[in-house]
Design a protein around this ligand. Sequence first.
Ligand code: BV8
Length: 244
Amino acid sequence: MSDDIDRAVERLRRTKSLLVITGAGISAESGIPTFRGNDGLWQNYRAEELATPWAFERDPVTVWKWYDWRRGIIGKAEPNAGHLAIKRFEETFPDFFLITQNVDGLHGRTGIRKIVEIHGNLWRVRCTRDNRTSMLTDVPLKTIPPRCECGEILRPDVVWFGESIPTEALQASYNVMSLCDTLMVVGTSGVVYPVASFPETVKDKGGFVIEVNMEPTPITNVADVSLFGKSGDILPAIAERLPH
Ligand code: BV8
């Protein structure tokens, strides 16, 4: 592993524009269950039952009970050393951007600014009548389902399976992918599209891809370097070896 870390650090020292993509694994050390791991969020439920517009249409109460449970866990969580190291990368690299698939808001709590939450944020809600969004941070929720002052049901402002990524977020993602010379992919199983296709997009245009994960994923075949271990250990170790 130390040779691989050396190769990653050597590349990062020559990197002008760094793009980081994160998934649920970066929040695991904050105590937030991942989606597909042994303690996976999905284990007690099937994704189709909950994270889809059809599920919400059919049974908004069950979907909101699941989000209320997740908000309860996330509400007690703090950003971990991995989140903080990525904040340091924002200060270290002349050009930096973060795309996160996570809806937990933990990156935002580090003060990072150059970020797109491509799957939304579960602390934000959206009126199902006029799509106006607002923050709703009650834990637990006062009423399930929560309602807009207009009387309509509110939904989590997240991207569900079968829903398209908002155009602005997708455009911003393709823009930063075209500009970056190095991509670091952290804590994602690489199975959810379109983000799962992003490492190949960067690789195809000649970018260097560094993966950080506990185990091999489909991204491992695309990566120039895969660093296996906890992001909360690996990312600070890399940050330490970069110019401050
Ligand atoms: C789209 C928000 C166009 C909600 C999420 C058939 C019908 C319909 C759609 C599809 C279809 N087939 C394919 C699709 C497309 C679908 C898709 O990709 N499905 C997959 C499952 C096959 N995608 C979509 O629908 C997307 N939209 O394509 O629009 C369209 C429209 C209509 C029809 C067709 C196409 C929208 C996808 C967004 C879904 N929303 N979240 C919410 O969270 O409540 S996805 C959800 O998964 C989260 O955002 C999560 O981040 C994301 C990805 O999962 P990961 O982050 O990778 O998490 P996971 O647990 O899987 O992995 C964790 C990793 O961390 C592991 O590798 C583990 O080893 C590692 N790890 C653990 N601990 C650590 C660690 N690593 C380092 N350190 C540690 N300590």
